[in-house]
Design a protein around this ligand. Structure first.
Ligand SMILES: [Zn+2]
Length: 274
């Protein structure tokens, strides 16, 4: 049976996150996209709805998410409009029993489809579901200015150097993302290549930067995924300000970074110090 109270709660959650992203300047035009795998309570509230599309084949079979339902922002739709017209700009899709196709249960009024970054979202959901023992449900891709700017301003970036730069730029970073932040060199937006690389990164870390493009983050819920990206973006902004002011004259040492992580019981990825 359709539970409109729970449905409204989920819609309110995505309205809050998408509105925050738009106001931060992370979601120009149709930039940025959000997906939320529905937990058992949320899943059931979309029972009983008449389906709104045929089964539409996924570019690759993903049996690990067979039967799952996702709330996903629409392709070509603006995140800033979700607050005003949620039923036009977001939709709920269901994956078939083999993980080969999706169909629309609700939303994308009058017609539409999920974000073109659907491969990155769905493949990443496989990773985050697995690594969190089915406790993580949210995945966000967005375009924060300072993170993107950093991928132009710093030479020879890789996962180690990017993680270290951000950890050193803001003392809370090592607590929020102790496993670091994956750096992915440029790949075509919406491609399977980008989707696969992002999903692989999500097995190890909760954040991944797409060179010259943006960032992805995951979490138990949208607030956690958003918060991780927000902290990384803040650190990137501080880093750029320091560079503009003539470069760092001092910074957090490896010993201090390890001490902060230990103080908050955060399992830091030691390989990033090598
Ligand atoms: Zn993008």
């Amino acid at each position: 049976m359709i539970n409109y109270t729970i449905m409204q709660k989920i819609i309110d959650e995505i309205k809050k996150t998408s509105g925050d992203m738009a106001r931060r300047g992370w979601a120009e035009s149709n930039g940025g996209n959000i997906s939320l795998r529905l937990n058992s309570e949320n899943y059931a509230c979309f029972d009983g709805l008449q389906t709104k599309s045929d089964w539409i084949k996924l570019p690759v079979a993903i049996p690990e998410i067979a039967g799952e339902r996702f709330l996903v922002t629409g392709t070509g739709r603006f995140l800033r409009n979700i607050e005003v017209f949620p039923e036009k700009n977001i939709g709920v899709i269901e994956i078939d029993r083999k993980g080969e196709a999706w169909q629309l249960l609700w939303g994308y009024e009058p017609t539409g489809a999920p974000t073109s970054e659907l491969p990155a979202h769905l493949l990443s959901h496989v990773s985050i579901k697995k690594k969190s023992d089915n406790q993580s449900f949210a995945f966000i891709h967005t375009h924060p200015n300072s993170v993107i700017a950093l991928t132009y301003a710093v030479a020879n970036l890789d996962t180690k150097s990017l993680s270290k730069i951000l950890w050193q730029s803001h003392a809370e970073c090592v607590v929020v993302f102790p496993q670091g932040i994956e750096f992915l060199s440029w790949k075509m937006a919406g491609s399977m290549d980008l989707g696969r690389a992002t999903a692989e990164a999500m097995l190890r870390r909760n954040l991944a930067v797409w060179q010259f493009h943006g960032i992805c983050g995951c979490g138990r819920n949208l607030d956690e995924a958003f918060g991780r990206i927000d902290v990384a973006e803040k650190a990137a902004e501080i880093c750029l300000r320091v560079m503009a002011a003539g470069g760092a004259k001092q910074t957090l040492t490896d010993t201090q970074l390890r001490a902060i992580a230990a103080n908050f019981n955060c399992p830091i990825d030691e390989s990033l110090f090598e």
